[in-house]
Design a protein around this ligand. Structure first.
Ligand code: ADP
Ligand code: ASP
Ligand code: MG
Length: 394
């Protein structure tokens, strides 16, 4: 029998009516002859609501207790779905992440899955039951502590279980009917893609498309899991994310994304000597700061300006690192700018198709949008612009 993993996101399980609708969809997949394992998210905005509650009780809650709290959201959904399936005459059993053998490192709030021991899940599937797993959580085997995987983590639970069970398919059910050329809530003309390669999906996700968690795409690529993004409200076929089909003519561009959560930092008048940039970025890396786009202008007086982008949330750390380096490296000053956005064009086809960057810059210029930084790889082009122009640029 084929093993199917289905993951349902927050809006798909928001309220009893939707949970019953999910139960009917799961029952149909099982009636069609599949072994079905379901991963659920917390209902609606439950996770945000729990976070708000925690901050109301304590301004800086303990990370351990926060994970205890947040994992409760997914437990509510899993038990309710098991009940709804029972009412349809479908034998079902729900498990937490730790009962499911999802083993993680000890990093509360952003734990990484280190291994999956799905023996218990497999036994229950063999007994003919639908298995329901609470998404977004696991357990650290050394400390025995409960962990969460980070926001959107149920996607990663779904794909990791599909990989561990060697499932025939992993279906991500959400509130849009697939992956679009850009966020359909921002650009109504966005088009749904029938297929997108793993590499392109990784770039789209890494550069800001918030349809799936980035780590879930990494796992799907590593373990070659056939991944579908589909709507839980319609029967539309959705988008297949998979290996690039050799010989198939590719679209030049598969999508456009934007991200508002980076800041631009500029270091002024850094002496233009060998090794200076290395010292700056080594210090930032040691502080665990993920630098993205970098540009350097060399001036005539033997000084250079270096600008880079990094997550806005890391600004306190960045400020501390650069303040500490100022005397040693003898640069004049640095400043930070939060009002920037990064717009990215992704497409595996652009590798062999000249003129895409020129056309992107022309289009932005024709719309009076100034480019502050540019970075490219073989399958993407990113431009840093003023934040107020982000949606227009997309
Ligand atoms: P879930 O709760 O099911 O995990 P998410 O809210 O995490 O759902 O992800 C679905 C949302 O992702 C959509 O509602 C859509 O607004 C957004 N999104 C952003 N970029 C894209 C894109 N390129 N294609 C489809 N959806 C996108
Ligand atoms: N409930 C968690 C969140 O809101 C995990 C998920 O939905 O994937 O981030
Ligand atoms: Mg999500």
């Amino acid at each position: 029998m084929a093993v199917l993993v289905q993951k349902y996101g927050g809006t798909s399980v928001e309220g009893s009516e939707r949970i019953r609708a999910v139960a009917r969809r799961v029952a149909a997949a099982r009636a069609a002859g599949n072994d079905v394992l379901v991963v659920v998210s917390a209902m609606g905005r439950t996770t945000d609501e729990l976070l708000r509650l925690a901050r109301e009780v304590s301004p800086d809650p303990s990370r351990r207790e926060l994970d205890m709290l947040l994992t409760a959201g997914e437990r509510i959904s899993m038990a309710l779905l098991a009940m709804a399936l029972g009412d349809l005459g479908v034998p079902a059993i729900s498990f937490t992440g730790s009962q499911s053998g999802i083993l993680t490192d000890a990093g509360h709030g952003a734990a990484r899955i280190v291994a999956v021991r799905p023996e218990r899940l497999r036994r229950e599937l063999e007994r003919g039951r639908v298995v329901i797993v609470a998404g977004f959580q696991g357990v650290n085997p050394e400390t025995k502590e409960i962990t969460t995987l980070g926001r959107g983590g149920s996607d990663t639970t779904g794909v990791a279980l599909a990989a561990a069970l060697r499932a025939d398919e992993c279906q991500i059910y959400t509130d849009v009917d697939g992956v679009y050329t850009t966020d359909p809530r921002v650009v109504p003309e966005a088009r749904k893609l029938d297929f997108i390669s793993n590499d392109e999906m990784l770039e789209l996700t890494a550069s800001g498309a918030k349809v799936m968690m980035l780590r879930s795409i990494e796992v799907a690529r590593r373990y070659d899991v056939p991944l579908w993004v589909r709507s839980s409200f319609t029967d539309a076929p959705g988008t297949l994310i998979g290996q690039e089909e050799k010989g198939m003519e590719q679209a030049i561009i598969s999508g456009v994304t934007y991200a508002l959560d980076d800041a631009k930092v500029t270091i002024h008048d850094l002496p233009d000597r060998i090794g200076e940039a290395a010292r700056v970025f080594t210090a930032l890396a040691k502080a665990n700061i993920n630098v993205d786009v970098i540009i350097q202008n060399v001036s005539a007086q033997g000084k250079a300006d270096i600008s880079f982008t990094a997550p806005e949330g890391d600004l306190p750390k960045i400020t501390a690192v650069l303040t500490g380096l100022k005397d040693e490296l003898q640069f004049a000053s640095f400043d930070v700018d939060k009002d920037v956005a990064k717009v990215t064009l992704v497409g595996a086809g652009m590798k062999t198709y000249p003129g895409i960057a020129a056309k992107m810059f022309e289009t932005l210029a024709a719309n009076n949008i100034n480019l502050e930084m540019i970075s490219t790889s073989s399958i993407k082009i990113s431009c840093v612009i003023r934040q107020e122009h982000a949606e227009k640029a997309v």
